[in-house]
Design a protein around this ligand. Structure first.
Ligand code: HEC
Length: 161
C-alpha cells in the first residue's frame, strides 16, 4: 500500500509496479496522497489502471469500462475481442499498446498499413471520433462521436489483455 510521510506525500521507494505508478499518477492529479480507504473505494486495481491509461493519455476524464463494454455493441458487428478471430474488422484483443495494422491474417487497407499510429488512449480517442479524418482512406467508417461513450469504450479496450 502506498505510504505517506507527515506532509501527506507519497514516500520515495514505495512506488513499485504498474498499479503503483497508476495510483501515484492519480494521486498527483488530485494533488495529494492516496490513503488506503480511498484506494478501497476506488475498487479493483485492474479497473484503476484501465481508467487511468485512458484518462492520462487522452487528457480527458477516465472512462468506465463496464459502460464501455455495453457500448462496444456498436463495434461488435465488425470486431471480435477474441485473439485471432477477425471479422469485417480485425480483432481488438490487446489493441491498446499495439501498432496499427499489425493483426496477423487481417487484410488492412493501404491507408491503415501506411499509418504508424500506436493505439493508446490519445490516438484511439482521435481515431474513434472520426476514423476517416484521422486515417484518410481507412475501411472503417463508423465513429463513436459521443466523448463520454468514447472514453468508456477506450477504458473497456484497455481491459482486453
Ligand atoms: C462497419 C464495421 C466496423 C465497425 C462497426 C467498427 N469498425 Fe473498427 N474497423 C473496421 C475495419 C474494416 C477496420 C480496418 C480498417 C482499415 O484497414 O482501414 C477497423 C479498424 C479498427 C481499429 C484499428 C485496428 C488495428 O489493428 O490497427 C480500431 C482500433 C477500431 N477499428 C476500433 C473500433 C471501435 C472501438 C469500434 C466501435 C466504436 C469500431 N471499430 C467499429 C470496421 C468497423
Amino acid at each position: 500500500m502506498l505510504q505517506c510521510d507527515a506532509s501527506g506525500h507519497p514516500k520515495k521507494g514505495s512506488e513499485h509496479g504498474h498499479e503503483m505508478v497508476a495510483i501515484v499518477t492519480l494521486s498527483r492529479r488530485h494533488g495529494g496522497c492516496v490513503r488506503s480507504g480511498v484506494l478501497a473505494a476506488l475498487g479493483a486495481a485492474s479497473w484503476l489502471s484501465a481508467s487511468v491509461v485512458a484518462a492520462t493519455a487522452a487528457g480527458a476524464p477516465a472512462g468506465d469500462p463496464a459502460a464501455g463494454r455495453a457500448a462496444f455493441g456498436t463495434c461488435q458487428a465488425c470486431h471480435s475481442t477474441t485473439p485471432g478471430r477477425n471479422g469485417v474488422g480485425p480483432t481488438l484483443d490487446d489493441v491498446v499498446g499495439r501498432q496499427a495494422a499489425t493483426v496477423g491474417g487481417y487484410n488492412y487497407s493501404p491507408a491503415m498499413r501506411a499509418t504508424h499510429i500506436t493505439w493508446d488512449g490519445a490516438s484511439l480517442n482521435r481515431f474513434l471520433s472520426n476514423p476517416q479524418s484521422v486515417v484518410h482512406g481507412t475501411k472503417m467508417f463508423v465513429a463513436a462521436p459521443n466523448p463520454t461513450t468514447r472514453q468508456n469504450i477506450i477504458a473497456y479496450l484497455a481491459t482486453l489483455k
